[in-house]
Design a protein around this ligand. Structure first.
Ligand code: ASP
Length: 342
């Protein structure tokens, strides 16, 4: 049986062409993209597509676009073996995280890819990324089940868990990395899957929930952050949740005003989620006094979660109509393999 794959083309560099006047890259349609990859026909797959109109540079992605992608997958879930999402690299890790939270109990592959150079360019990485993504979306294990049963990012030599990924380079072809989780597959002459790292479906049917509540914000601590600025930020009208990006193992200033502002925010019912600014490693709030003081204010540890997963998870949970305590509880446990709780 021919594998059946649905491609959702959202835009991004992979499908872009040069504006003849300004020479800037702008998104172009799906037919342009496929015309530049005649090799796709050699795969002998049944491929259908859904196209964003107009295709987007991913800097223009909003939660409604994530919902559009997730609906495309959920509505067609039973009709395809796998899904490939073509997407710009700039916000790919946010979309991957958002899809992981929206599509619970996934049992089929959702492979997101794009490229650093447009598909029409001689040295493009887009052709290889597209072909490999299609092959992974069609791959079955020895038991006949899909090899990948989660949202993943395929870029150049690696397949990464979507909600663990971060864009790490604006120039290199290996543009993505998961700094706290091993790769799901290594792409070389063949595709070598890391069986132990791959998620396995719990046997439950797909549960899709498309909500996002954008009443969230991020605060980055830095030496010099003033009381006035912090006070202003934590009192932003309408905010329900803050991702607090802290130093090292989840440490922050111990100044009285800092601790008081964060404690007051927690007492007002704002969820404050402690995520490290380090690219690798985890929050351990009780390792240093500086983290311990912060923990005592009521902030929740983000363990080794990425910023992209933290903010999308928060937006998603706030949309579910559950109470503050339940949001706080769910923030501290992994929902889609997005963090390791030690
Ligand atoms: N600005 C582009 C985008 O994210 C970059 C890319 O696709 O690589 O849509």
């Amino acid at each position: 049986m021919q594998p059946r794959i649905l491609i959702i083309y959202t835009g991004g560099t992979i499908g872009m062409i040069e504006d003849p006047v300004s020479k800037a890259l702008m998104p172009f349609d799906f037919s342009h993209l496929m015309e530049n990859v005649p090799k796709v026909k050699m795969l002998d797959y049944h491929i259908d597509n859904i196209q964003f109109t107009p295709p987007l540079d991913s800097s223009d992605m909003y939660p409604e676009h994530w919902q559009h992608i997730a609906r495309g997958i959920a509505d067609n879930y039973d009709r395809y073996d796998g899904f490939v999402v073509l997407h710009g690299t700039d916000t790919m890790a946010y979309t991957a995280s958002a899809l992981s939270f929206m599509l619970q109990n996934l049992a089929k592959p959702v492979i997101i890819t794009g490229s650093q150079l447009p598909i029409g360019e001689v040295r493009t990485d887009g052709e290889e990324n597209l072909i490999t993504a299609l092959q992974i979306a069609a791959a079955k294990g020895a038991d006949g089940n899909p090899m990948v049963q989660e949202v993943a990012i395929l870029f150049e030599n690696y397949l990464w868990r979507g909600c663990r990924s971060t864009k790490r380079s604006a120039d290199h072809f290996n543009a993505f990395k998961s700094n706290n989780y091993p790769y799901l597959a290594k792409i070389g002459l063949g595709i070598s899957y890391a069986q132990d790292a791959l998620a396995r479906n719990p046997g439950k049917p797909l549960k899709a929930n498309f909500g996002f509540d954008t009443s969230v914000m991020c605060i980055d601590v830095f030496p010099g952050l003033s009381h006035k600025t912090l006070h202003h930020l934590v009192n932003t009208p309408g905010i329900k949740g803050i991702v607090l990006r802290t130093y090292g193992a989840g440490n922050a200033p111990t100044a009285r005003w800092f601790i008081d502002e964060i404690r007051d925010a927690c007492r007002r019912g704002i969820i404050v989620f402690n995520v490290t600014q380090c690219v690798n490693g985890s929050v351990h709030q009780t390792r240093y006094v500086t983290g311990d003081r912060l923990a005592a204010t009521g902030v929740i540890s983000g363990h080794d979660i990425t910023f992209e997963a933290a903010i999308t998870k928060m937006m998603h949970l706030f949309s579910l109509g559950i109470g503050h305590d339940e949001v706080a509880r769910l923030m501290s446990v992994p929902l889609a393999g997005e963090m390791t709780v030690q």
